[in-house]
Ligand binder design. Structure first.
Ligand code: ATP
Ligand code: MG
Length: 380
């Protein structure tokens, strides 16, 4: 049993800097949990608290049901993999992987068989006698993983373990880590600031901002049912487009456009029924706007095209549909959410729209998101 439970965890650095606020959630036994959020949001702090490398100012942390607030890192039975995986340069791959077992004083025969097993799992068998300097970045990363898993810990903690690798290797290694974790079935907490990494690897993802947990959920739910504007804009690439709009009955006014919102949207969000000139923030994901000439919809808007980025498989079409909503109360919002003046739509590559055109845009209105302007929370 190695579930990890956080209960109203707070971290105050020094006397004043409140880095984590009332963090509460559970990580299930065997689960792959990802902490994601912008730089400085407290991901590493939270992870280091679980590892025991950072003191807990208040709250309770349990691993496998045991209160561990004051338990030494070495007595927590967890293994940590950092961004800079410091391998011993003068030791071979075999000796690097075996190191924690030597430290634990295991018999030689058992060390040898565990190292062989780990090397097979990570496809390092043919590299066991090499020094780290003669390995590629991905191979070195696997050795670091090997050193962590050879101990058979109750949980793995990883802090941006792939950020030193090039883009292609990152994609390959994240698939490898995810499948390795599934094979070993060990509770894992993985920190990243990359939402794509979070979405592709995690069973669940905890989205943090400014030391406050925003939402913890499956990748699919974060995408489909974000709790607030921050999660909505942080998850998904390109970001969700956000606009101030007015809902009157079934009619939504967005800039100079009006269209009818389908019945189903109101079934999911009963509190929007009977709206009378109600101010809302509306969110439209790029993939929910298409070229109406190719895929007509009952909800159509027209907008000047400012730029077309043809990517081959799709075209990113920048549209001017008025000034986007920006969280004025949040100094980080522009940096976090993007300072795009234009809406971005993901058109089929068959679209022939060009910069300077007025495009007819089909909105997949069933997929609209609605938020309260003041609280910035989702309207349901
Ligand atoms: N030892 C410390 N003393 C004071 N403040 C600290 C200390 N360590 C971290 N902080 C602050 O706590 C906040 C959270 O830091 P943390 O390292 O957890 O962020 P992070 O989410 O991991 O960011 P990044 O993505 O940049 O690694 C930051 O504002 C940071 O400056
Ligand atoms: Mg960090």
């Amino acid at each position: 049993m190695s579930a990890i439970e956080l209960h109203t965890i707070n971290k105050v650095y020094g006397n004043s800097f409140h880095a984590l606020h009332d963090l509460s959630f559970d990580i299930r036994d065997g689960e792959f949990m990802v902490f994601v959020g912008p730089s400085g949001c407290g991901k590493s702090t939270a992870l280091r608290m679980i590892a025991g490398l950072e003191s807990i100012t208040s709250g309770e942390l349990r691993i496998g049901g045991r209160l561990v607030n004051d338990v030494d890192p070495k007595d927590r039975d967890i293994a940590m993999v950092f961004q800079s995986y410091a391998l011993y340069p003068h030791k071979s791959v075999r000796e690097n992987i075996a190191f924690p077992l030597h430290m634990a004083g295991l018999p030689k025969a058992e060390i040898a068989s565990r190292v062989d097993e780990v090397a097979r799992t990570l496809e390092l068998t043919t590299l066991l006698d090499r020094r780290p300097a003669l390995l590629s970045g991905g191979q070195r990363q696997r050795v670091a993983m090997g050193r962590a898993i050879v101990r058979k810990p109750a949980a793995f903690l990883m802090d941006e373990p792939l950020s030193n690798l090039d883009a292609k290797l990152r994609v390959q290694m994240r698939a490898e880590i995810a499948s390795l974790q599934r094979k070993l079935n060990v509770t894992t907490v993985y920190v990243t600031h990359d939402q794509v990494e979070a979405m592709t690897m995690g069973d669940r993802v905890a989205v943090m901002k400014g030391g406050v947990l925003q939402q913890v959920d499956t990748p699919q739910n974060l995408y489909k049912r974000p709790d607030n504007v921050f999660v909505a804009a942080f998850i998904g690439s390109p970001s969700m487009n956000l606009y101030e709009a007015v809902l009157n009955g079934r009619t939504l006014t967005l800039g100079s456009n009006n269209f009818e919102v389908p019945e189903r949207v109101f079934e999911y969000r009963p509190s929007l029924n009977g709206a009378s000139h109600r101010q809302v923030i509306v969110g439209i994901r790029p993939e929910h706007m298409n070229d109406a000439a190719i895929r007509p919809s009952s909800a159509e808007i027209s907008a000047p095209v400012t730029l077309v980025e043809a990517l081959g498989s799709e075209s990113m079409v920048h549209l001017n549909i008025g000034a986007p909503w920006v969280d004025a109360g949040d100094p980080d919002a522009v940096a976090d959410i993007g300072d795009e003046r234009a809406a971005v739509a993901r058109f089929s590559p068959k679209s022939t729209v060009r910069a300077g055109d007025i495009a007819r845009v089909a909105v997949d209105a069933e997929e609209l998101h609605f938020f309260e302007p003041v609280t910035r929370t989702s309207i349901w």
